[in-house]
Design a protein around this ligand. Structure first.
Ligand SMILES: *Cc1c(COP(=O)(O)O)cnc(C)c1O
Length: 538
């Protein structure tokens, strides 16, 4: 695939409409709070300048994590009063730039405060700051993206906070604290966790005020809400993978059901046993997981409308699907504020992933198929250098063919909206055959679906975009779609293996335009052409 100017594959393709809808969803939700609020987009999720321009025109501020991001934000015309520089290891020039521009800084540690005080004295200017607190709340996410727990490198723990407050209230401190901040981590699925952190921030605000630290107007509740990366997972999940994940949960459920049935009167006992049968049917691949979920829930509802067993099962379902929407998140914290008592509070939310995450897909071209031992590989031209989240965090990104495959190639991918038959069962068949026979053509092994790892050309075994996916047998040249790559993909892309970071395209209604050209070899070579002494010591 070439456009004649540069390679068009692989490519990131963004939807302007989805981006705007995501922002509007936050803006509408924030409206229901009884206190004023601001939406700061977390720039590290995706720093494409064209995307930033759209967000600026929609009234977003920015949360920044480096002096480089700060320079870009100012160059694009973001107002300094709507920027926040965050970071557990700010370099002096970064603090200087923030103080000069009168940009809000997060105080992350005692040395961070000391450096900021020094910079203020040197420049003869005050600084505006928030205190980033470590509230020791477990956000229940991957350890690489957890930031708000004791033992994390981010924020002030209670002891450090006490000492920092001592410095701030000792008079004559050029750092003026305007509020509190807590960012618990990323990929959070539990609104209660975020609600708890807001509650604690408000309590600490009162305590600090009574200790003489006044003017804590801003409460920055962080970002970190996840998006539902797995919402289409059932379409391409081979039975054996699902089985491994579910076996443990289902065994427990079956045991609980068996025990509960023993204590019930006859009629209810029969209902219990019917649920048990369904679990067994599922294990024998007679019904799909979606059918199981829906029918078992129905039985549990009849038996124990508010029972513990039902809660257990609901939690299993939650684990599978539930991610609160931004609206649900904001609504869940609204009750914590009482106007007019809190009318001197302004809330800041600083989401990244939920603004851009589902606004892009990654298009990549099939180079070929191969197998090794019992493994099948679909080799594509996109790689971990473009979409690193699977390699780095073991993250799931849904992958599917770009166009419905023609009937001679495979069965159409039906939506999960009609779960009982269709792909669910057919795919389970094929997945089983493949895992048994490595696609050596026994019985339905001739099937048009195959369990594959989708891998790129990079020389690393960790280079994969997806593992154990049930996909049609795609031929070289076919286009494959990787979903939900708007956040932490393009911004984490690299030139490793001297690969060119890909083109980025924005679709806007019926038109589209390039919003970042791909790298060229000249781009990669340029920094090595050093003819002057470019290193300074300050
Ligand atoms: C990364 C980051 C965010 C955004 O996190 P998401 O998971 O993308 O919403 C918000 N605040 C701070 C301080 C961050 O470092």
């Amino acid at each position: 695939m070439t456009s004649g100017v540069f390679p068009a594959s692989p490519a990131f393709v963004y939807s302007r409409r989805r981006l705007e809808e995501n922002v509007q969803q936050y803006q509408k939700a924030l409206h229901v709070l009884p206190v004023p609020s601001s939406l700061y987009y977390s720039m590290k999720a995706n720093h494409n300048l064209q995307i930033l321009n759209i967000l600026r025109s929609m009234g977003c501020g920015l949360t920044l994590v480096s002096g480089g991001e700060l320079q870009i934000a100012l160059a694009l015309g973001f107002e300094a009063s709507r920027l926040l520089l965050n970071g557990s290891g700010k370099v002096r020039w970064e603090v200087e730039a923030a103080v000069r521009a009168d940009v809000l800084l997060n105080v992350d540690s005692e040395f961070d405060l000391q450096q900021t005080v020094d910079v203020c004295r040197q420049l003869g200017r005050p600084a505006r700051a928030l205190l980033r607190l470590n509230l020791d709340i477990d956000p229940k996410v991957h350890k690489y993206v957890s930031t708000g727990q004791a033992g994390s490198k981010f924020g002030l723990d209670p002891a450090a906070l006490a000492r920092v407050v001592g410095v701030l209230t000792s008079g004559d401190c050029p750092v003026h604290v305007e509020g509190l901040h807590c960012h618990l981590g990323s990929t959070i699925r539990d609104a209660d966790v975020l609600r708890e952190s807001v509650r604690r921030l408000l309590t600490i605000r009162q305590e600090l005020t009574s200790q003489g630290l006044h003017g804590l107007r801003m409460i920055n509740i962080g970002g970190g809400l996840n998006i539902d990366y797995t919402r289409q997972q059932d379409e391409t999940k081979p039975y054996r993978v699902e089985e491994e994940e579910c076996r443990h949960d289902l065994t427990r459920l079956a045991e609980d059901l068996g025990r509960a049935a023993a204590d019930e009167p006859e009629e209810r006992r029969q209902l219990c046993l019917s649920a048990l049968d369904m679990v067994q049917d599922y294990c024998k691949e007679r019904i799909s997981r979606a059918t199981l979920d829906c029918q078992v829930m129905d039985v549990l509802n009849q038996l124990w409308p508010n029972g513990a067993l039902q809660d257990t099962f609901a939690a299993l379902l939650m684990k599978k699907q539930g991610v609160p929407t931004p609206k649900e998140l904001i609504e869940s914290i609204a009750g914590l504020f009482e106007s007019p008592r809190d009318d001197d509070v302004t809330i800041i939310v600083e989401p990244g992933r939920t603004i851009v995450g589902d606004a892009a897909v990654f298009l990549t071209t099939v180079l070929g198929r191969k197998s090794s031992g019992s493994k099948n590989f679909l080799v594509v031209d996109g790689a971990m250098t473009d979409v690193v989240r699977p390699s780095l965090y073991g993250a799931y990104h849904h992958i599917h063919p770009a166009a419905p495959p023609s009937s001679k190639h495979a069965q159409p991918l039906t939506s999960t909206a009609d779960p009982p038959s269709g792909l669910g069962d057919a795919s389970h068949e094929a997945g089983r055959d493949t895992s048994r026979s490595s696609g050596q053509g026994e019985g339905r092994g001739q099937s048009d679906l195959q369990v594959v790892d989708v891998v790129g050309p990079v020389c690393e075994s960790g280079d994969f975009l997806g593992k154990d996916r049930l996909l049609p047998l795609l031929s070289p040249g076919a286009c494959v779609v990787v979903r939900d790559v708007g956040a932490y993909c393009a911004s984490m892309a690299s030139n490793y293996n001297v690969r060119m970071r890909p083109v980025e395209v924005m679709v806007d209604g019926t038109s589209w335009r390039v919003i970042r050209r791909p790298d060229t070899v000249a781009d990669v070579m340029r920094p090595y052409q050093v003819d002057t002494d470019v290193i300074t010591s300050d």
